[in-house]
Design a binder for this molecule. Structure first.
Ligand SMILES: Cc1cc2nc3c(=O)[nH]c(=O)nc-3n(C[C@H](O)[C@H](O)[C@H](O)COP(=O)(O)O)c2cc1C
Length: 184
């Protein structure tokens, strides 16, 4: 099994994002099986179909980064029971112009952390709908709804709680196996 290039889309822009910390934890647990690249999505202009013939450079960059990756990992908060706008904008941008989506056939996985009790379940369900339409091969199981409490993941991505660490390790292992299966 080689080292897979994983493009990571974090659906939160804030510096202390618990989802960014969760992504860091997954990166650590992936060890030498995956190389995580965190993609910038905060600077992508709002998608405007009038610019399909003159694509914004940030959109072209995002598409190139996704195409260059073996897989995409979505780590997202839930905003008002759905996907944050910044993430939806990045997905819309990378999926266009029509017929030139960067996503088609890509293996992917979805995970998210929330301070709320249902831990991003609704946002992830919406995200799965969107990705299904875009022909993204999303890891079906395990689902991972992380209820984030203070200190669950340290700033360096380490996970002190053994149960959580084991669960996240299982998620990463399943994702790596899924990438291998999809790539054949
Ligand atoms: C605009 C907004 C809407 C939110 N809506 C939800 C929600 O629907 N469900 C939920 O569990 N948490 C919700 N939250 C709380 C987030 O779970 C919490 O702010 C979390 O820390 C965001 O993730 P981040 O730390 O990665 O930025 C919302 C937060 C914001 C700012």
């Amino acid at each position: 099994m080689g080292k897979y290039k994983v493009a990571v889309l974090v659906g939160s822009l804030r510096k202390q994002s618990i989802n960014r910390k969760l992504a860091l934890a997954l990166e650590k647990l992936a060890g030498d099986k995956a190389d995580f690249q965190y993609l910038e999505i905060g600077d992508i202009p709002l998608y405007d179909q009038d610019r399909d013939g003159d694509y914004p450079a940030q959109g072209t960059r995002l598409k190139q980064q996704i195409r260059a990756a073996d897989a995409v990992l979505f780590v997202t908060p839930e905003y008002n029971r759905s996907i944050p706008g910044v993430l939806k904008n990045a997905i819309d941008t990378a999926s266009r112009p029509y017929g030139d989506s960067a996503f088609a056939g890509k293996p992917a996985a979805v995970i998210g952390a929330s301070v709320g009790a249902i831990g991003t379940a609704l946002a992830q369900q919406h995200l799965r709908n969107v990705l299904s339409y875009l022909d993204v091969a999303v890891l079906p199981q395990p689902e991972a709804f992380i209820h984030f409490s203070d200190g669950l993941v340290a700033d360096d991505g380490s996970v002190a709680n053994e149960g959580t660490r084991k669960f996240l390790q299982g998620f990463v292992d399943a994702f790596v196996a899924w990438i291998g299966k999809q790539k054949g």
